[in-house]
Design a binder for this molecule. Structure first.
Ligand SMILES: [Zn+2]
Ligand SMILES: [Zn+2]
Ligand SMILES: [Zn+2]
Length: 1012
């Protein structure tokens, strides 16, 4: 271990030195029943999900084993549990547990070993777990801790030690005393990525205006924690503030809440770039001031910072976007997907018909004494938050609700929701040959195979069934002949009964490169028909906009309460479609979720815009409720007063000129700070100017605005000149309150979140000193280049330290924040015997081995790490600098090259490489084996020789000395004793205790006698 090596001192993966004693806290509710779950199941049995038809179509796994395999060679081992949220699923049909087998790549993962009998100390001390990916050894782990008497916990601190859990087929082998005791295979799959827009909302409540306090920024954790998706696959954008302080948004009224939802939903881009949009408000709202959140449908929802489970609302809402149902009375249930607790009533999330849950195997939290309406997650399933290293107490599904005061960590994923989302996240891509006719319905998630296909008539809008090989379609109603195109081709879903635009289906089910060549992708002209309708049918239009979108997401029903007709100038119908509207608002009142029928609802449909349309009619049943004649003039619009590369401050007044069939034009303005990023600035603007507050928008040196102008239907658009907008400094989200006092023997590990409006979430880069965006400073001296603070404080005096975190974005703007860390003069974790002094000395000199494994044999990996540190320190000393300064120096010796181990942790590669290349440790066949033990003789000689090579002065240490001479030297200088516990036993395995004692005495002797 090099001084301040950012991974080694507390990396549990490979070096294992030492186990952090700071975390994780084991919650009192930890399940302790050994071996009960999954015991009777065939290992790795995949249980059918009610709507599951097997693995996603089109998948071609790149590795062999699909089902998890578990084999125990030692009867004491019940199971190797791979846990990304739960170890076991709950089969709601049979009420049995089964082993979870759905794992996302690049996600925090723990491995628990369930034993059938209490774990003896010698098992704890001699157990290790090897990790292989696709047959290649990545590394090994020592137990992090015993979760309880029956369970060992393994988990890598640093994911680089396990190849970052990249997609592949993993094999875990448990060794006890160097004998393989059990093995388990598990496959990790890459997932889609998703983009979630989190927006702080400025609100009005009975005339009172308020903005968010800032806690909303910390709302992302539970989404990535409880979803089968890697954190790196979630773009969680902290968006610009939405101002809803106009009277129409007064949140003390239901109408204000509906209006606000509609405005939030308007942040969705024309191309539906955001999976979900979450608006955060500061306080409780609603008529009685008790509402903590609400939604009128996907993808937008509100949640208050005052909600004790704020962060759990995010996965709830995003799961809805994948048609996961509610688990509370009156909610939108999806009985076949996530079975709600027995007796729960609501309406079906897809059909809107009334629905009731009839499976008595599913109980809610309240019926077992846990505060939650959602389905109960059994402790035997081992709910575990791997990213937080935390066993969760009693939990219920986050699709349910709780009571006030119940915190985020009381809500978790059920196995049904996890498995469903896993399929959604991994199943949408696959190879296909030509046209694709099986996959998942994007509207209802039904698995479609060999559907009926239809073509929409360009003359009358009628859908006519066509064969899959047809290239043209003859309309069954008007006889018009159409060429079958990407834009008029639909498939009939038997799940939701909608005809789904083939483009949409294809977009989520197929590889875009495999598009059938007789169709050409293009953009689609769609019309967003919007307005407010009340229960009597009275309709008030909002301005409609036309957009060119890249995916046709149209769905057509053949019946529905509302219908939209397009007519040409001759009065002929050219298109029509049926729709339904929900007059429902779901709200969360003091933790109780409820559905309320609203007086008005928003009609909001995207339809393909036929080119020859001249008139649009909306009907409710047979009754016409609205009609509009379409002008044949496309509005012209352009920004005025902006020139290329104008620099804009926080407040800017945009002006434009526009003309059209009428002067009553409406405008919508978007801001594009960088390629692919589109943020709403304002919608439904009238007039010809707007003052915009850009203070919460990303800065840019090459951005632009887009403006749309509509006369109600006809829409023109234009972009601004290239503009520059003031860059914003990064935001450090770590609070001082998260830091505390540490024992001097305790590893400190802090992982702050740092968000930058321009660059996203910042991590820093410890491999690139010049470019690191995140730096920790100690007393003004650069200490560490990564957002995570990793520190083993033994060599610091016990006192109060001020650490400063600085974050710099790509624009060069820096934010700093100070943190006070108290290091206590508490070394009670050190052994209370003869070895104490030597171990203290070793720690002081940077020789860190696991303090709770002192009597376990030192591993070759740990020992290599230890003596590499020594090599680096002596070489550093030789260059005239203080070797005991804990602050960093370049940890990369300049001669490191090549690879001599098959492990992948870069840091450990170096520390293992050094002893091998110097010839003091062996690597048979070019592969360094970190697993395994060393004899006292091997270890003593290796430490002596590597130090001799570093000092390069035979008058101090002679690199050519014989083994015998070296041992005599150790004994002569009382580094090894002639009798007692530190006496030399050359063929015995060296323990961690002896390794630390001898290391400490050795280094001290050399330094005091030769180097000072
Ligand atoms: Zn819900
Ligand atoms: Zn027709
Ligand atoms: Zn469907």
């Amino acid at each position: 271990m090099f001084f301040n090596n950012p991974s080694s001192p507390i990396d549990n993966t490979i070096t294992g030195t030492p186990r952090p004693t700071a975390s994780p806290p084991i919650s009192p509710g930890t399940p302790g029943t050994p071996g009960t779950p999954g015991g009777s199941d065939p290992p790795g049995a995949e249980r059918p999900n009610p709507i599951d038809t097997g693995w996603p179509t089109g998948r071609t796994p790149s590795f062999e084993v699909l089902a998890a395999g578990f084999t125990a060679y030692d009867p004491r081992v019940d199971m190797i549990e791979v846990n990304q949220a739960l170890s076991y699923g709950y089969d709601t049909e049979t009420a049995e547990f089964y082993v979870m087998t759905s794992f996302a790549a690049r996600k925090d993962t723990a491995v628990f070993i369930a034993f059938s009998e209490p774990i003896a100390n010698e098992i704890y001390l001699t157990s290790y777990l090897t990790v292989e990916c696709n047959g290649k050894l990545l590394g090994y782990m020592l137990p992090f801790t015993a979760t309880d008497d029956y369970t060992l916990h393994f988990q890598p601190r640093d994911l680089s030690g396990v190849g970052n859990w990249e997609q592949g087929g993993y094999t875990f082998r448990l060794f006890i005393d160097d004998v393989e005791a059990a093995m388990r295979t598990a496959n990790f799959f890459d997932t889609i990525s998703m983009t979630v827009l989190a927006i702080p909302v400025r609100t009005i409540y009975r005339g009172q205006i308020s903005s968010c306090s800032g806690t909303w920024r910390d709302s992302m954790e539970w989404l990535t924690a409880s979803f089968p998706i890697a954190r790196s696959n979630v773009q969680y954008i902290l968006g610009p503030e939405l101002d809803l302080t106009d009277r129409q948004y007064d949140l003390s009224t239901e109408q204000g809440m509906v209006n606000a939802w509609y405005a939030l939903r308007g942040r969705q881009t024309p191309d539906n770039d955001y999976t979900a949009i979450v608006g955060f408000i500061r306080d409780r709202v609603g008529e009685e001031g008790r509402t903590l959140g609400w939604t009128c449908g996907i993808p937008a929802s509100f949640v208050s910072e005052a909600a004790s489970s704020m962060a759990a609302v995010v996965p709830h809402e995003v799961a809805h976007c994948y048609l996961v149902g509610d688990e509370y009375e009156g909610g939108s249930l999806h009985v076949a997907l996530n079975v709600p607790p027995y007796g729960m009533r609501g309406h079906d999330i897809i059909t809107r018909m009334s629905a009731v849950a009839l499976n008595s195997n599913v109980v809610d939290g309240f019926s077992v004494g846990v505060d939650g309406t959602g389905s109960y997650i059994y402790p035997q399933q081992r709910p575990y938050w791997a990213g937080g290293w935390k066993h969760l107490g009693p939990v219920t599904s986050y699709m349910g609700g709780g009571i006030p005061g119940v915190g985020t960590e009381s809500f978790w994923t059920s196995s049904e929701v996890w498995n469903h989302l896993f399929k959604m996240f991994t199943g949408f891509s696959g190879a296909s040959d030509g046209p694709l006719y099986s996959g998942t319905c994007p509207n209802c998630l039904y698995t479609i195979t060999d559907p009926n296909m239809a073509c929409q008539c360009s003359a009358c809008g009628y859908l006519t069934y066509v064969g899959k090989d047809d290239r043209t379609s003859t309309c069954a109603e008007c006889g018009n002949i159409d060429e079958i195109l990407w834009s008029n081709y639909f498939l009939e879903c038997m799940g939701c009964k909608f005809f789904i635009a083939y483009d949409w289906f294809y977009d989520i089910n197929a590889d875009p490169l495999e598009m059938p060549n007789y169709m050409e992708s293009s953009s689609f002209r769609t019309l967003h028909i919007r307005g407010r309708v009340d229960t009597s049918g009275a309709f008030t239009p909002s301005p409609w906009f036309t957009y060119d979108v890249s995916t046709n997401r149209t769905k057509i029903k053949t019946s529905g309460e509302y219908s939209i007709y397009f007519y040409d100038s001759g009065g002929n119908r050219v298109s029509f479609s049926y729709h339904d509207i929900d007059f429902i608002m779901q709200s969360n009142i003091d933790g109780e979720l409820s559905n309320r029928t609203t007086e008005t609802a928003f009609l909001d449909f995207s339809v393909v815009y036929p080119e020859n349309a001249a008139r649009i009619v909306i009907r409710k049943g047979d009754r016409e409720i609205y009609s509009v004649d379409i002008s044949n003039v496309t509005p012209q619009v352009s920004f005025t007063g902006l020139s290329n590369y104008d620099f804009l401050g926080d407040e800017v007044t945009l002006t434009w000129e526009a003309s059209g069939a009428t002067d009553d034009l409406y405008f919508e303005i978007w801001y594009c700070p960088a390629m692919g990023q589109l943020l709403s600035v304002a919608s439904n603007v009238t007039g010809r100017s707007l003052t915009v507050d850009l203070s919460s928008y990303p800065g840019t040196d090459k951005g632009y605005f887009i403006i749309y102008a509509t006369d109600g239907v006809m829409t023109g658009e234009n972009t601004s000149p290239i503009i520059r907008v003031q860059f914003k400094a990064p935001i450090i989200l770590l609070e001082q309150s998260h830091l505390r006092e540490y024992k001097i023997t305790e590893a400190i590990r802090m992982e702050p979140r740092i968000y930058d409006l321009q660059d996203g979430w910042l991590l820093g880069n410890f491999f690139d000193y010049e470019d690191s965006q995140v730096i920790w400073w100690l007393d003004g001296v650069r200490y560490q280049d990564f957002s995570e603070l990793m520190l083993f404080p033994y060599y610091l005096e016990p006192e109060v330290y001020v650490f400063t975190l600085s974050a710099t974005n790509s624009a060069g703007l820096t934010t700093t924040k100070n943190f006070i860390i108290t290091i206590l003069d508490d070394d009670s974790d050190l052994p209370d015997d003869w070895s104490r002094e030597g171990i203290e000395l070793s720690l002081y000199l940077g020789g860190v081995l696991p303090l709770d494994r002192l009597d376990a044999p030192v591993t070759r990996g740990d020992y290599a790490d230890l003596i590499s540190t020594q090599y680096g320190s002596f070489r550093f000393f030789a260059s005239g600098m203080d070797p005991y300064d804990p602050r960093p120096f370049n940890p990369f010796p300049d001669f490191v090259e090549g690879v001599i181990t098959d492990a992948t942790n870069d840091w450990d590669l170096i520390s293992w490489f050094v002893p091998v290349i110097l010839g003091v440790m062996d690597a048979p066949d070019g592969i360094f084996h970190p697993i395994g033990t060393m004899t006292e003789l091997e270890a003593a000689v290796a430490l002596y020789r590597i130090s001799a090579l570093a000092l390069d002065d035979p008058s101090i240490l002679d690199p050519n000395a014989s083994d015998e001479a070296i041992i005599n030297w150790y004994i002569m200088y009382e580094i090894i004793d002639t009798a007692g516990p530190n006496a030399f036993n050359g063929s015995e395995k060296l323990t961690n205790r002896l390794a630390m004692v001898r290391y400490g005495r050795f280094v001290q002797f050399v330094v005091v006698n030769y180097l000072l």
